[in-house]
Unconditional design. Structure first.
Length: 95
């Protein structure tokens, strides 16, 4: 995906996604650990349905999500598809 396409796709996302180390990344802060973990569980179900999985780390109420297509070693449309799913779910959580 070229720089123009990356920028265009980033602008279509609602939340503060950035490209860092050739990955689409976002950091999210929830009210507490339970909410962060519930969010991760819901996203994991979506990941299974599209067969695409994030790299993520969780520390109490903070979640860092990184997306890129591992087998191609680059950002693809599938990463943006998952980012949109995550954006939608973040809206439901009112983050």
């Amino acid at each position: 995906m070229n720089t123009h396409s990356l920028d265009k796709n980033l602008k279509n996302l609602k939340y503060d996604w950035k490209i860092i180390d050739n990955k689409i990344q976002i950091k999210v802060e929830f009210n507490d650990f339970v909410t962060a973990f519930e969010f991760m569980q819901e996203i994991s179900k979506e990941c299974i349905s599209i067969n695409h999985h994030p790299n993520w780390t969780n520390s109490y109420n903070k979640l860092k999500i990184s997306l890129f297509t591992h087998d191609l070693q680059k950002i693809t449309d599938l990463d943006f598809k998952l980012a949109k799913i995550i954006d939608h779910k973040l809206s439901e959580y009112k983050v």
